[in-house]
Ligand binder design. Structure first.
Ligand code: UDP
Ligand code: MN
Length: 290
């Protein structure tokens, strides 16, 4: 396992970086470590030469991280952000769920909203020129290296229900440039008295980068598009498939029946067995008739 070398402003994985570019994800418990395992396998299959960095907190047992070694992930131990108690209380799971309830989908019990903010530690990874952050509940389905050339801050729209959401970003995938200065500026702006970020890092990043650059919607294809906007689904063009709300490794969940083909795909990447040819997968609507 990789050890950390922690600088005051930057986090450096030990050993030389293999590349100027890194895919970065975050895991704060064993559930998301499963997600990262499927994600890391999917990234390696794309043939990228970029590093894969997994930021992990003390909430994850070493044994849950062991499978990541197979995919040459650089494991970087870290802590949740140093935020005020008042901030932490405002963004605790029960506070978020009552002040800004989720009406469109359900979050698993193992999801702690406060942990999302730890994504901002990407800006401390100063060994890299450019990073692509990817949530642990995703799969990369084709080579997406060209997006390392996109500017900070690039993200895809948060579209899974209607066109009205095209002006909002989804923070499950974004392109950014590590910088201790940016990291410090973010912490200052994040934890202001009474600051409340209802969708956590996502609301914050949209606010911090009001003139964000657009990634194609196919760079963060949200699973609900499958049943809400099937006309948008096109397997060959999907770079990143994102299982927002319910997770594919949950034993059962309310949307499992309608998402079955996507859940099966995730399990293939998790186990490494029978990973299908993506371009040959049936589109929504056709999927249930075959
Ligand atoms: N995350 C984590 N532990 C948590 C919550 C979030 O490790 O308790 C990380 C993980 O990488 C996850 C991301 O933050 O993919 C964002 O959370 P999630 O994907 O569950 O949110 P959604 O995409 O459903 O909005
Ligand atoms: Mn996610």
């Amino acid at each position: 396992m990789m050890e950390q070398a922690l600088a005051s402003n930057g986090i450096a994985p030990s050993g030389p970086a293999g590349s100027q570019h890194a895919f970065v994800t975050l895991v704060t418990n064993a559930d998301y470590a499963m997600g990262a395992t499927a994600l890391a396998r999917s990234i390696r299959i794309t043939g990228t030469k970029a590093d894969i960095v997994v930021l992990h907190t003390g909430g994850v047992d070493q044994s849950a991280l062991t499978p990541l070694a197979e995919f040459r992930c650089r494991l970087v131990p870290t802590d949740l952000l140093p935020l005020s108690n008042a901030f932490n209380e405002r963004h605790a799971r029960k506070s978020i769920h009552s002040a800004a309830p989720f009406t469109k989908g359900r979050k698993p019990d193992f999801h702690s909203p406060l942990d999302n903010f730890c994504k901002l530690r990407l800006w401390q990874l100063t060994a890299y020129d450019r990073c692509i952050f990817i949530d642990a509940d995703t799969l990369v389905l084709k080579n997406i290296d060209r997006y390392f050339g996109y500017p900070e801050f690039s993200a895809a729209p948060n579209v899974y229900e209607s066109l009205a959401d095209f002006h909002r970003l989804n923070s499950g995938v974004f392109v950014a440039t590590p910088s201790p200065q940016t990291f410090e500026a973010m912490l200052t702006q994040l934890d202001r008295p009474d600051a409340f970020w209802p969708r956590t890092d996502q609301t914050f990043l949209q606010n911090f980068f009001p003139d964000w650059h657009g990634l194609p919607v196919t760079m963060n294809m949200l699973q609900y598009v499958w049943f809400n906007m099937p006309a948008l689904w096109d397997w060959p063009s999907i770079g990143v498939l994102h299982y927002q709300y319910e997770k594919p490794w949950e034993k059962d969940h309310p949307k499992a029946e309608s998402l079955r083909p996507l859940i099966n795909l995730w399990h293939a990447f998790f186990s490494g067995e029978n990973i299908p040819d993506i371009a040959g997968l049936p589109n929504p609507g056709l999927a249930n008739t075959n």
